[in-house]
Design a protein around this ligand. Sequence first.
Ligand code: KG4
Ligand code: ZN
Length: 345
Amino acid sequence: MVKLGMILAIESTFDETGAAVVRQLGDGVEIVSNVLATSAEMHEKYGGVIPEIAARQQIMTILPVITEAMEKAGVKADDLDSVAVTHGPGLIGSLLVGVETIKALAYVWGKPLLAVNHMVGHVMANWIIDGAEKEVPGLPAIGLVVSGGHTDLILMKSIDEWEWLGGTRDDAAGECFDKGARILGLGYPGGPVVEKAAMEVRDEKQVFSLPRPLLHEDTFDMSFSGLKSALSREVELLGEKMTEQKAKLLGRELSDAVVEVLVSKTIKGVEKFSPKSVLLAGGVAASKRLREELQKKCDEYGVKLFMPELRYCTDNAAMIGAAALMRPKEVEILSLKPEPGLETV
Ligand code: KG4
Ligand code: ZN
């Protein structure tokens, strides 16, 4: 059994490079330091993430980010009990940087190496206890994991036993926001810019209507690519008549449609499994609208909703540390390889 204590965790799956030092606090996880470097500005320029650019940035930033996280935590290699890294899912180039770096450090420092599934990391962000005496989620729980690449509904029977209930058949919810924002000319990343646009016209009369795919189907399946196509059609139909105001109204409708489907499928899980908690996780969990609508429904059903603080929703290394502590999976150092297509469960 690996001694956990103090863990250094690395996140390098997509366009962020993160390092965090974490340790156990009660039933949860304390974040001792958490450092994040992003190449988002560069990707904003191109309207999306260019894998090659992301990986090159990560090669340059990973060691400074690790050094800063350890300095901020006031720890040296000797103080660490183990090290952890995300090995997937993600972009192969980005994953390689994180995985190879941590393998070298684990080897040289002689520390046990823990491998973390990035999506599990998102979920385990709900176990982060920051300062205040925040509770940890009661189990079983229904988890809605929504990011740029994944949309999964899971049943967490225990910390280790997870069942996949359903998810998207095509695009992820975050991907729908990212593509939708591009179609509407709102910028990148899609989630926050669509949300901002939607908020600006929240009280105006809505003149657009987009579909709510699979909303009334009695399954946990979801689908968001049709929504993107419907949005494209509206924009084409408008042609010259497109205005900034109309783009914002369409953004609001897109956000309302995605949120309605996500909340409805999550509540379907609550009705079926009567869990103790509902967990929200992943970059899209930063959506104010999703947080508010899901909170209303959970209150109605009398089930406790857990959502990570905003900075722990989008990619970060603290959540990788949290998962490493709560669900330690030790691996043989030299055998660890990136797994770009790793599934959530
Ligand atoms: O988890 P994450 O940081 O990276 C992946 O693992 O994919 O999620 C990124 C996704 C992007 O699609 C982004 O548009 C979305 O999360 N996102 C949001 C918000 N902030 C980020 N979606 C809706 N509302 C937000 N405020
Ligand atoms: Zn993520």
